[in-house]
Design a protein around this ligand. Structure first.
Ligand SMILES: O=C(O)/C=C/C(=O)CC(=O)CC(=O)O
Ligand SMILES: [Ca+2]
Ligand SMILES: [Mg+2]
Length: 401
């Protein structure tokens, strides 16, 4: 018996004791680092006596930045202490339970660099077919390295933040000149992100992935497809992606995902040694994408070609260090089936096959007022279910020039 009275704090609920994700909630006393337990969260500054002076210094404040900087030994110790705390029969002195739905979720850490990969073969092939009809869908480098673009960390925002439709240049094929105005092809991308920490280190081998990654978040890489199609060659996406990227407020620790580890679908025959993994870091995460409460798709993360460990190894192999607060995302998660596609570009095949929502309305791309919600679960220990934090965002009309 635990002191935590919450019907959802059981192993058959996604935020039971097998999960214990970290986040920052806005409270009357200011932003507070907390751990989620069912429908509630425990502010960590309240249980300083249980955690001891060293850990309390890392999690007693308003952001996860100090914890990220501290690295794996501290992350391991904190998880062990919190498992003791939540399984205790009596509430530790100072422990408080906050209702998560009564408190706003804040961005839990300062995002240092943001890079976004392109590691679903199903997605990359579909996008290649839609964007470059006459060419091979995959470029020749794709199976040799995890392709990525570098994003803009300043517009990474937490779940619940509204997203303003961006203005930009687009050129409709056949038109002599580009026009400027609100994007007409606003899209979401369902992705999984990884939050980095520890000593800044370059050349992180695939076997050292867990030393530099605290855990996973869900990511929506909002994308303006018409702006992207006009601007992206030859250097890749820029303003089409950098107006907003939403992440879940809860970071799921890697320990909670241990039972979800699976080999990726990628073949490592012939890939460079630095990209070979001894232990698999593919993950059996089952994503769901909803628009205005209609379930649009169920992207399977187990279908990814490159794992996050391979992505991190690639990102640092040239001597570029991974730093606390770095965030990298998987790329759009799409599976082989049409109902497993992770963005509207694919679900509507470039806008040519609209999807129908439960209210009967049709969509090719997002309209003002639409709300997109990403969620995910993973298999946990003893048949339990591990929940990842949701990421939600509502589209606001473009700012008039
Ligand atoms: O030009 C292309 O092939 C497409 C590029 C992207 O859309 C980049 C991106 O965000 C990749 C992804 O999420 O998988
Ligand atoms: Ca993306
Ligand atoms: Mg984006």
């Amino acid at each position: 018996m635990s002191w935590i009275e919450d019907p959802e704090f059981t192993p058959d609920h996604p935020f039971g004791p097998q999960t214990l994700p970290y986040g920052v909630l806005g409270t009357a006393a200011g932003p507070t680092v907390a751990v989620r337990v069912g429908r509630h969260a425990i502010p960590l500054r309240g249980i300083a006596d249980e955690l001891g002076p060293r850990l309390s210094e890392l999690v007693g404040g308003s952001s996860l930045d100090p914890l990220l900087a501290a690295g794996r030994p501290a992350w391991r110790e904190l998880r062990e202490r919190l498992l003791e705390v939540v399984h205790a029969e009596r509430a530790p002195a100072g422990a408080e339970l906050l209702r998560t739905d009564w408190h706003t979720q804040l961005l839990p850490f300062t995002v240092s660099d943001f890079a976004d990969f392109y590691s679903s073969k199903h997605h990359a092939e579909n996008v290649g077919r839609i964007f470059r009809r006459e060419a091979e869908p995959l470029l020749s480098n794709w199976t040799h390295l995890p392709v990525a673009y570098h994003g803009r960390s300043g517009t990474v925002c937490v779940s619940g933040t509204d997203v303003t439709r961006p203005n930009g240049q687009r050129r409709v094929s056949g038109d002599p000149k580009p026009v400027f105005g609100p994007t007409r092809r606003l899209d979401f991308e369902a992705e999984v992100g990884f939050v980095c920490g520890g000593e800044p280190t370059d050349r992180v081998g695939t076997e050292d992935f867990a030393e530099h990654v605290l855990g996973a978040v869900l990511v929506n890489d909002w994308s303006a497809r018409d702006i992207q199609a006009w601007e992206y060659q030859p250097l890749g996406p820029f303003l089409a992606k950098s107006f907003a990227t939403s992440i879940s407020g809860w970071i799921t620790p890697l320990e909670a995902l241990e039972h979800a580890r699976v080999p990726t679908t990628g073949d490592t025959d012939g890939v460079q040694d630095y990209l070979v993994e001894q232990q698999p870091w593919g993950l059996d995460l089952r994503l769901e994408v909803r628009c205005n409460d209609t379930l649009l798709s169920g992207p399977p993360f187990a279908e990814m070609h490159w794992s996050p460990a391979q992505q991190l190894a690639h990102m640092t192999v040239n001597g570029s260090p991974v730093r606390p607060g770095d965030l990298f995302a998987s790329g759009t998660v799409s599976g082989p089936n049409p109902d497993q596609r992770g963005c509207l570009l694919e679900l509507t095949w470039g806008g040519s096959e609209p999807v129908t929502l439960e209210d009967g309305e049709q969509r090719t791309f997002l309209q003002d007022g639409d709300r997109v919600l990403l969620s995910a679960t993973a298999p946990g220990e003893h048949g339990s279910v591990v929940g990842l934090g949701n990421v939600a965002g509502t589209i606001l009309p473009a700012v008039r020039r």
